[in-house]
Design a protein around this ligand. Structure first.
Ligand code: BDR
Ligand code: CA
Length: 310
């Protein structure tokens, strides 16, 4: 069983990642920390707590992270995730309190109390992860790996060459990428293969439990943004759940180990993840980059996970 901390900015696909982690017998979700990204920090915290209430896992400690990225002002994605950050379903109000500590304090506490190394999963901007590494450098060795959704090899979804999570906080991403901790990256190249189709969302609607019913509404909403023909999608890309799916069953993916760094200057490319696919730099191969996913096994995992709730 893998002990993980999920640092997220829910967000429809973050919520689905959380659901997968809670449903999986191979994963112990030890803590949830929230970042500012898809929506304001107040909204992402509230969404994480609403989701844990829906999942009936109010026992999992939650803490809110930094209010802004390290250097630049916060950019949010209400155009993708709606006004609340989780539009499309009537989620229950949280019926528990967040921890009386910051996200990085909760990360430190969780890691200190663990008898084994902890995996940090980041599905939003990397602000909290970077701050954690700066404030608690002595705990870096207790992190088994950082698995994150972010970046791309030659693609962008926020600017032509920049993915949203890295766009929001490139300086934080640079700190994490250069931390020396083993990294697994789910870039747009793989998450754009992880699409859920409309008929599969309809099938989720036939699963008779409150969790599946809520995700039916959430995914209907999330799908609409991706219908624009400019993307060339047939469904909606489930970015963030790729991280948890990889932890549950890495054989679902094909990956390549390479050096990845982040550009933090330049009008056109600030936030671009520079992936040294052809080993041109000779720099250490710090990142296992996920490049292919078996989409049908991924969707099957989501379906089975949703069916596991009462
Ligand atoms: C990433 O940006 C957010 O909108 C999603 O939650 C995901 O983490 C995709 O670029
Ligand atoms: Ca996210």
């Amino acid at each position: 069983m893998k002990k993980i901390i999920l640092d997220c900015d829910p967000g429809h696909d973050d919520a689905l990642a959380m659901m997968l982690a809670v449903a999986s017998p191979e994963i112990e979700l030890a803590a949830v920390t929230t970042s500012a990204g898809n929506q304001t920090p107040e909204k992402t915290l509230n969404n994480a707590m609403r989701m844990l209430t829906l999942l009936q896992r109010q026992d999992i400690p939650v803490a809110s992270g930094n209010k802004t990225p390290l250097v630049q002002p916060l950019a949010t994605a209400g155009n993708v995730h709606g006004k609340t950050g989780l539009d499309g379903a009537d989620l229950p109000d949280p019926d528990f309190q967040p921890q009386d500590m910051t996200a990085i304090e909760l990360m430190a506490k969780t890691i200190r109390e663990a008898t084994e190394k902890v995996t940090l999963v980041v599905t939003g901007p990397m602000t909290n992860a970077a701050l954690f590494l700066r404030v608690y450098p002595e705990l870096a060795a207790r992190i088994e790996r950082i698995v994150f959704m972010g970046g791309a090899m030659g693609l962008g979804n926020w600017t032509p060459s920049v993915e949203f999570n890295i766009y929001v906080d490139p300086e934080a991403a640079k700190i994490v990428m250069n931390s020396g901790i083993p990294l697994t990256m789910a870039p747009l190249n793989v998450t754009h293969q992880a699409q859920i189709m409309k008929d599969e969302i309809a099938t989720i609607g036939t699963i008779n439990n409150p969790v599946a019913q809520a995700f039916k509404g959430l995914l209907d909403f999330f799908e609409i943004y991706h219908e624009n023909p400019k993307w060339g999608f047939s469904g909606a890309p489930l970015h963030d759940p790729c991280t948890i799916a990889w932890l549950i069953d890495p054989t679902m993916f094909e990956s390549d180990l390479m050096n990845v760094d982040v550009e933090t200057t330049g009008d056109l490319v600030k936030g671009e993840t520079v992936c040294d696919y052809y080993e041109l730099t000779g720099k250490p191969k710090n990142t296992d980059v996920l490049l292919k996913i078996d989409r049908s096994r991924f969707i099957e995992l989501i379906m089975q996970s949703l069916k596991s709730f009462n």
